[in-house]
Write a protein of this length. Structure first.
Length: 387
């Protein structure tokens, strides 16, 4: 779950981290009003879930209110790497003397947190890593031990942060690490972490990715969830509580359990097809859930056939069969459906389905057969192209 820059900065501020004051604005008028409250000059910043906004013209300095209005209307509606700007952050301008880079993320292979710090901030860290890998000081942090003051100071020295601000930077990093852990973040990146001409250390940008699985222990995460940008199909599926990932093929995939859904995607590929999505309906494949899943897939114009791959466990075969029968009665499906039903009470389930089978609702005995059939049907639907 990605946060907007301003949400990240608001989170930082709750930890007492130094961030410039600012306000959200959704229109040029709101931007002007915000700027007059904050005092000029201000920076008008696009709020999108992607970086490189500066280069794309999404970050602009404004010295007067006319400039605020002009920049705001230019930036609103701007397409930044496929993200359309719908909100702005109006922030009091900072006087930058130095730009550093700081981040914390999870290094899964090391089973530790990884901190990265560089005096070469303001540019993408990948660029720094490619040009001058020595310019990035890394620190691995054991999640149980945490980041000690001593280790933090050593890290700051290794990054060659100037002595005059070393203590302040170390203090910021210790707090930033605490925020990263407390917030259950997968990534916290500050680029740039600046030193102002007055010598103050300020977090000028924020990129935060939260672990969506931690939502249950953070009351405020619902607000972040509401501002996620999703693929339209993903949005619809998410609203119905379905685990959905949009892909770019033509076979719609419905399976129960993420493991089976992934295997199904693999098998569709294996027999020469391309999945349109990955949809996990989870444990309870009742009519409601099945209807929702079919509806989401049916709304994807790229879908040419639908493969329902169910292996009943706790959920019994006849429940699943009833779910499919009810769902196909409820939703008008444009594409042929191929079912593979196995597991607990599969025989009972198949028996229930039998009288409903026709040209557009077929059943196959195995996952491989079902995938082959679905891919065949997708090919035919796409204009007679057979895999
Ligand atoms: P990004 O391009 O998406 O990473 O957006 P940033 O928030 O990092 O802004 C891009 C660049 O704009 C920064 O690296 C700064 O150089 C510049 N910038 C942002 N805010 C200010 C500001 O308050 N004053 C000045 N002088 N420059 C700023
Ligand atoms: Mn940045």
């Amino acid at each position: 779950m990605d946060l907007f820059e301003h949400q990240g900065k608001e989170l930082f501020a709750r930890y007492g981290l130094p961030v410039p004051s600012g306000e959200v604005a959704l229109s040029p008028e709101e931007a002007v009003a915000a700027a007059s409250r904050l005092g000029l000059p201000v920076v008008v910043k696009a709020q999108v879930h992607t970086g490189g906004r500066g280069k794309a013209g999404g970050v602009k300095l404004a010295a007067d209110l006319d400039a605020v209005r002009g920049h705001a209307s230019d930036i609103l509606g701007l397409d930044i790497s496929g993200h359309i700007v719908r909100r702005l952050w109006i922030e009091e301008a900072s006087d930058i003397a130095e730009e550093y880079y700081a981040s914390f993320t999870l290094d899964r292979s090391a089973r530790k947190h990884l901190g990265m710090l560089s005096v070469e901030g303001g540019v993408e860290i990948e660029t720094v890593a490619a040009r001058d890998p020595e310019a990035i000081a890394r620190i691995h942090i054991d999640p149980v031990d945490g980041l000690s003051q001593q280790a933090c100071h050593h890290w700051v020295r290794a990054a060659r942060i100037p002595e005059a601000v070393a203590d302040a930077v170390a203090g910021v990093l210790e707090t930033l690490y605490r925020a990263y852990v407390d917030a259950d973040a997968d990534l916290v990146e500050v680029n740039p972490l600046i030193v102002t001409s007055a010598g103050e250390v300020v977090l000028l940008d924020s990129k935060i990715t939260l672990d969506a699985n931690s939502t249950f222990r953070h009351d405020d995460y619902a607000a972040y969830d509401a501002t996620q940008t999703r693929d339209e199909r993903e949005q619809a599926a998410h609203a119905k509580g379905l685990q959905y990932v949009g892909l770019d093929g033509s076979v719609g995939v419905i399976a129960n359990g993420a493991g089976l859904a992934m295997s199904t995607v693999d098998v569709v590929n294996q027999v020469g097809g391309r999945p349109a999505n990955f949809l996990d309906i989870g444990g309870g494949a009742n009519a409601e859930v099945m209807s929702n899943a079919l509806e989401v897939i049916n709304n994807d114009p790229a879908v040419r056939s639908i493969l329902i791959n169910i292996f009943g466990g706790i959920t019994r075969g006849e429940e699943i069969a009833n779910g499919i029968i009810e769902a196909t009665g409820r939703v008008d499906i444009d594409s042929p459906i191929v079912i593979r039903l196995d597991g607990t009470n599969a025989a009972e389930g198949r028996e229930l389905l039998e009288p409903h089978l026709n040209d557009t609702l077929t059943m196959e005995p195995t996952m491989l057969d079902a995938a082959r059939r679905a891919v065949e049907l997708a090919g035919a639907g796409a204009g007679g192209v057979q895999p």
